[in-house]
Ligand binder design. Structure first.
Ligand code: ATP
Ligand code: MG
Length: 450
């Protein structure tokens, strides 16, 4: 049953195509989501009309030739883009990636049979209701990801489907049907031919799903196929009071313990990957991993570069990985400065990393480390409340103000700003223009004397 209301801007497209003689259908994710009772994030339409016929049908609207070769045009209906794709069967897949060419067909059945999973091979139209040729509704009810047709054949056509299966299983909390599961493990090397960008995009989806922990556990071989650098974690035990799991198990649990945010979960995935290389065992048989955050950062950088991560993601993830183990004793007066320099958003994330890390450790470790983490959180909260969680750029004065007061141009300006910031962060003065100028006058007396 299609359980959510179809928006008018979609209905009007279906209606116009039908009036032109083309019985068209909603297909793919929107039907799946609606059957599950979730509001679809977009609507895809499949039609027997050729791309040219679709364009002619909507010549009064903004039409974008999205993927004409594959039969897709986008029609902007009342401000919303809707993809309309001609029924097609996919030609030969020469490189396990994309069909070399597609053939347009006139029947819905052929179009549905080329789709990856039964839950994605559903169609709906107001006239026909749900069209379910492969048992997709049953599989939704049972929570199963199952290939349409023979799984191995389907993965050989397009290796990316292996990761798509895991992404849908992770996001929807579904299990993978036995035959599909066996083919995933058997065909993992097909992933070697898939482009880095597509892999990275699916990895993000897998990590942010509600069942990420289970998927990473059950499909570690797939993760190690796309990121071989992570494999040694699964062979690295941690005999010390802080841990009760091997490094990979701890990693997977920490991913599950973090909020489903892509950057946060990527950081958890990589935070300990340098441990295998850093492991030493002392005379008492206790394992140590000195310097591992830095090594983890180096390995994570290699992986993120290879997977063609965007720079922002890479910077954020690497910062978190490199700093995940940073400690501040109660006497350490660098804490406030570090928080201010790091900035509110990043530092907030770092605390989330530390919490997730701790949740995946031994009870002993949680007992000894949680109070310290809570103390730091308290200081962070206070700084946010008092407005002292700031960086140089947030100061109520800038370099030009200082130069006007006689601070010599050049290095001295930066030093003075840093000194003012330290005092504001430490709560000695407020981030108030007059106070800062007065302080500068006072301190720069030293410059004029020089
Ligand atoms: P999402 O909610 O993530 O957008 P979706 O099911 O809409 O999920 P898309 O990647 O947008 O996923 O693809 C739309 C539809 O196209 C899928 O539901 C599926 O029927 C089909 N499809 C997409 N990629 C493939 C593929 N690699 N192989 C076979 N069918 C595919
Ligand atoms: Mg979609």
């Amino acid at each position: 049953m299609f359980r959510t209301e179809i928006p008018e801007y979609v209905k009007s497209i279906l209606f116009r195509l039908k009036t032109a003689g083309f019985d068209s259908y909603l297909v793919g994710g929107c039907v799946r989501d609606s059957v599950m009772g979730a509001v679809p994030h977009d609507y895809d339409i499949a039609t027997p009309a050729s791309p040219e016929a679709v364009e002619a049908c909507f010549n009064d609207l903004h039409v974008i030739e999205t993927g004409l070769k594959h039969g897709t045009v986008t029609v902007v209906s009342r401000g919303h883009p809707v993809e309309i794709t001609t029924f097609r069967s996919d030609g030969e897949y020469l490189d396990n990636r994309r069909p070399e060419h597609v053939t347009f067909v006139s029947d819905l059945e052929t179009d549905l049979s080329r789709r990856d999973f039964t839950v994605n091979a559903l169609a709906y139209s107001p006239d026909s209701g749900i069209v379910d040729l492969f048992g997709g509704t049953e599989d939704i009810k049972a929570g199963i990801i199952r290939c349409v047709g023979d799984p191995e054949t389907r993965f050989r056509e397009d290796g990316l489907r292996i990761l798509r299966a895991l992404r849908f299983a992770s996001r929807l909390g579904f299990t993978v049907d036995d035959a599909t599961d066996a083919a995933i493990h058997k065909c993992s090397r097909l992933l070697d031919n898939i482009s880095a960008e597509r892999i990275f995009s699916e990895l993000g989806g897998i990590l942010t799903g509600s069942a990420a922990e289970r998927i990473l556990t059950d499909y570690s071989d797939i993760m190690f196929r796309i990121m071989p650098e992570l494999e040694p974690m699964s062979r690295t035990t941690q005999n010390n009071p802080h841990h009760m799991y091997d490094v990979w198990t701890h990693t997977v649990k920490s991913v599950g313990a973090a909020e489903p945010d892509r950057i946060l979960r990527l950081a958890m995935l990589f935070h300990d990957c340098g441990k295998p290389a850093c492991k030493t065992t002392d005379d008492d048989g206790i394992d140590h991993f000195r310097g591992h955050p830095e090594v983890s950062g180096r390995i994570a950088r290699v992986i993120l570069n290879r997977l063609k991560s965007d720079n922002r993601t890479k910077d954020e993830v690497l910062f978190l990985v490199e700093h995940h183990d940073i400690q501040f004793s109660p006497k350490d007066n660098r804490l406030k400065k570090f928080i201010a320099e790091t900035g509110e958003e990043r530092f907030g994330r770092l605390l989330e990393v530390k919490h997730a890390d701790l949740k995946a450790r031994s009870e002993y470790s949680r007992e000894v480390s949680l109070p310290e983490l809570q103390r730091i959180e308290g200081i962070f909260r206070e700084m946010k409340a008092s407005g002292t969680c700031i960086q140089v750029k947030d100061l109520a004065v800038n370099g030009r103000d200082l130069i006007k007061l006689g601070v010599p141009e050049g290095k001295a300006v930066g030093l003075m700003l840093a000194q003012l910031l330290d005092m504001v962060v430490a709560g000695e003065i407020q981030n108030d223009r007059e106070q800062l100028l007065a302080k500068t006058r006072h301190l720069s007396g030293k410059f004029t004397e020089m």
